[in-house]
Design a protein around this ligand. Structure first.
Ligand code: GL4
Length: 820
């Protein structure tokens, strides 16, 4: 079954040869990094054969293609994942051992391609894995940022950002494709010219700056099916070596500006999650990759099809949030200005080709661009959006005569702004949310008016994750155990995991399950010791919250509760208390001051708690530096408790919650996002649910009546915790955490004090934490809960999600690449 290339002797020979050719060294002389490169080239060699084979199969079978348009692809390391999907991990591990090499060390040499912020970008990566594994032809379309997500260092408890120069040593799993370069135009003006032949106006874009978009392709291997799809990320290069026009005409300034534009446009990923910065460069990035991707998709279509009006039969563009929504207008531009279609025909095609996924209801994340900026940067595209808006307003007026409220709320351009979500909904034929609750909130709250006007567009696609990375690769011990129990089919059919339910009362199986968990906790403890210099006890409960730092995710609730526990233990030293390790990992956006303060608070609490001998090591707090995909795999595998404690209604779905569940960690969470569906799958008795419901929260938000001050005044234990933020307990500088304190209590805090209802949910959270402790003390009960979480996680594979997208939205054809 194993390819010849992965036959051990063959593989070893190839690695040695690559070291020689690449570095003029022998294996003994080469560094680990050089060996990583050599191994990767050997693996890439195999992949390229399958890539070509896939290409051939696609050409022959002419399937419909989905273009997944996303500003972010949080791929994580490729080497190990490719080996898993090629079914060669074991062989390669052994071959490397025979060369005296440790596969883990080799894998560790690879930089994490971190071209994304968090859940949204990682979801895109999981989707590509599932698309390839399910035999669908798909392209990921994105940006080749020179610097991905920053590296987080913790200095004196503070987050410090360091650039992530992931391309420093060259990335072995990418291929530059200059032959597919495209030009993208910015600025300038639109000249209108009468076309006497067609009897209509022609729109000619002139005086623009041009950038050359050069694609780099990364292979996306399917699991054991020889399929290799493509993630195409665009680099920007100055146009001057395309044509030297500007220099010829002596237009020196323009040439230099174009060069600058090319240099800056793909320089860095904006490190915001669920927040829009509104920077001009960001809109440039969006248009840059969207325009290049659409041009390439249409050129590809036209190579083998001559009727552009049937584009939708072979092509669908899925817009990952509003970030690529300018695609709608760009597609119109190409169809009208370049393909010569009339408005109605172009609109008909566009609205059959574009679909939109909403990933958040956080209002600060909604993209709105000032028309001044938009029309200056993209004059022709802006004209088209104006026309889309004009026609849409006519539709509103027809449907709701005299109702100007509707226009105000739904127009695409209003109040001097272009509203990208409105554009996406109007032009998309599908609008989906990412978990059942989230979709309901969209329909009944955030996008209510649109839902009323076009209910047929709305649908739900609950997120999922790939078990190839987050179980097969990340947790090899558990993966082997599962295969031992139920066979290997779960790797491509995660619903098989339900077969594990028969072991829920099998003492031997439960013991094995918990032994694996313990070994994974030891592995994480080792990681923490090596990377953070903190010693943690794998016998304690590993209670973990890893995700982006955001007030709505409520890391603050977690750490305030740690302070509360600390106070309890100090006040009642004799109290029965099961040792706990609270583990955090989170990057804060570089400009999000309060989030960064919360990181500092966590580290200050850790300092005090971890060094207080009087509590006998019952409590430990660890902040894992630089949380990212590669260490996430180790973290999920080692978790006892999964903290999913967002303010209900705010977390659209969450996907970390699914990764914890798959790895056998019960959820401690609110009824938010996909937690709702997790609880439904595993049963409320196998999760720890607390807090206000989304209805209660939304009711407070709409009608007022929430009073954190009352809680502060009536609950002395909560008050004590809050006082400790400003009385020097955790920092000699009593002003250090004043802003956090004020955010919870100060009436001047907008839109209200304690915007995320931390005090309102505190008691309920503390009580749920108590239930966690009780459950954990009962070893058998806990083991059963943990195992059932794994057994019931089948729904949350991205394979299921992708199949739903295919059935309801994309209607793709399966392709066969591997001949039997
Ligand atoms: C997010 C949501 O916040 C998160 O709940 C969801 O799981 C993810 C993928 O759908 O998308 N939206 C934004 S913005 N960032 C996210 O991670």
């Amino acid at each position: 079954m194993i390819d010849k290339q992965f036959e051990k002797e063959e593989f070893k020979k190839s690695v040695k040869e690559n070291v020689k050719f690449l570095y003029r060294k022998t294996l003994e002389e080469a560094t680990q990094e050089q060996i990583f490169q050599a191994v990767s080239y050997t693996v890439k060699d195999v992949i390229i054969d399958n890539w070509l084979k896939s290409q051939k199969a696609y050409e022959k079978q002419d399937p419909k293609i989905v273009y997944y348009m996303s500003m972010e692809f949080l791929m994580g390391r490729a080497l190990g994942n490719n080996l898993i999907n090629l079914g060669a991990y074991g062989e390669v591990k052994e071959a490397l051992e025979e060369l005296g090499l440790d596969i883990n060390c080799i894998e560790d040499q690879e930089p994490d391609p971190a071209l994304g912020n968090g859940g949204l970008g990682r979801l895109a990566a999981c989707f590509l894995d599932s698309l390839a594994t399910l035999n669908y032809c798909a392209y990921g379309c994105g940006i080749r940022y020179r610097y991905g997500m920053f590296k987080q260092e913790i200095r004196d408890g503070y987050q410090v950002e360091a650039p992530d120069n992931w391309l420093k040593n060259g990335y072995p799993f990418e291929l530059r494709r200059p032959e597919y370069a495209k030009e993208v135009h910015f600025g300038g003006y639109v000249r209108v010219e009468w076309d006497p032949v067609k009897n209509e106006n022609k729109f000619i874009h002139e005086g623009y700056q041009a950038v050359k978009a050069v694609p780099y392709d990364m292979p996306i291997t399917g699991y054991n099916n020889d399929v290799v799809n493509t993630l195409r990320i665009w680099d920007a290069e100055p146009i001057v070596d395309f044509n030297l026009d500007s220099f010829d005409k002596g237009d020196y300034h323009n040439a230099v500006e174009q060069e600058n534009l090319a240099r800056t446009i793909v320089e860095v990923l904006y490190p915001n999650d669920n927040h829009m910065a509104g920077k001009e460069l960001r809109l440039k990035q969006q248009y840059f990759f969207v325009s290049a991707s659409l041009q390439a998709a249409i050129a590809k279509y036209k190579k083998t099809h001559d009727d552009i009006t049937k584009l939708h039969e072979k092509v669908v563009f899925q817009m990952n949030d509003t970030h690529p929504t300018v695609a709608v207008a760009e597609l119109m531009r190409i169809l009208i200005d370049e393909e010569g279609l009339g408005w109605d025909q172009a609109w008909d095609i566009t609205t059959k080709c574009c679909a939109y996924t909403n990933h958040t209801i956080m209002s600060e994340a909604l993209e709105k661009w000032p028309i001044e900026l938009f029309s200056r940067l993209l004059p022709r595209v802006y004209q088209i959006i104006e026309e889309i808006n004009r026609r849409f307003i006519l539709e509103i007026q027809q449907k709701y005569p005299g109702n100007f409220e509707k226009i105000k709320k739904m127009a695409i351009i209003y109040d001097g702004q272009v509203k990208m979500a409105h554009l996406a909904i109007v032009a998309g034929y599908s609008v989906n949310g990412v978990a059942r609750l989230h979709t309901e909130i969209l329909k009944n709250q955030e996008l209510k008016d649109f839902y009323e006007m076009m209910p047929e567009k709305f649908n739900n696609k609950t997120n999922g994750i790939t078990q190839r990375r987050f179980l097969a690769h990340g947790n090899p011990l558990l993966a082997d155990w599962v295969t031992d129990k139920i066979g290997p089919d779960w790797i491509t059919d995660l619903s098989q995991l339900s077969k594990l339910k028969v072991y829920a009362d099998d003492e031997k199986a439960l013991q094995e399950f918990m032994t694996i968990k313990f070994k994974n906790k030891e592995r994480l403890a080792k990681y923490i010791l090596e990377h953070n210099g903190v010693e943690v006890d794998p016998h304690s409960i590993f209670d973990i919250q890893v995700k982006r730092l955001h007030e709505y995710k409520r890391q603050l609730l977690n750490i305030l509760h740690v302070i509360y526990l600390y106070n309890q233990i100090k006040a009642h030293p004799e109290m029965d208390f099961y040792p706990r390790t609270f583990i955090f990992g989170a990057k804060a956006s570089a400009a999000y001051a309060r989030a960064k303060k919360i990181i500092k608070l966590i580290n200050c609490v850790a300092d005090v708690v971890n060094n207080d001998a009087s509590i006998n090591g019952k409590l430990k707090v660890v902040f894992i530096e630089n949380y990212r995909v590669s260490n996430a795999e180790i973290i999920f595998a080692a978790a006892d408790v999964s903290e999913q404690i967002s303010t209900a209604s705010k977390e659209a779905s969450g996907t970390g919650n699914m990764k914890f569940m798959l790895n056998g960690a019960p959820t401690l969470g609110t009824m938010d996002g996909a937690n709702v569906e997790i609880v439904q799958e595993v049963g409320e008795e196998n999760a720890f649910i607390f807090g206000m419901s989304s209805d209660q929260i939304i009711n407070y938000e709409n009608n007022g009546g929430y009073d954190p001050d009352f809680i502060y005044n009536t609950d002395p234990e909560i008050r004590q915790v809050l006082m400790q933020l400003i009385n020097g307990t955790f920092s000699s500088d009593t002003e250090m955490f004043r802003d956090i304190y004020n955010s919870l209590l100060d009436k001047r805090n907008m839109p209200r004090p304690d915007q995320y209802f931390i005090l309102g949910d505190f008691r309920s959270y503390a009580e749920a934490q108590k239930r966690v402790e009780e459950a954990y003390k009962d070893e058998k009960r806990w083991a059963k809960m943990a195992l059932l979480n794994t057994a019931c996680s089948g729904k949350f594979t991205s394979d299921r999600t992708i199949q739903e997208y295919v059935d309801d939205i994309w209607h793709l054809d399966k392709v066969v690449v591997k001949e039997n």
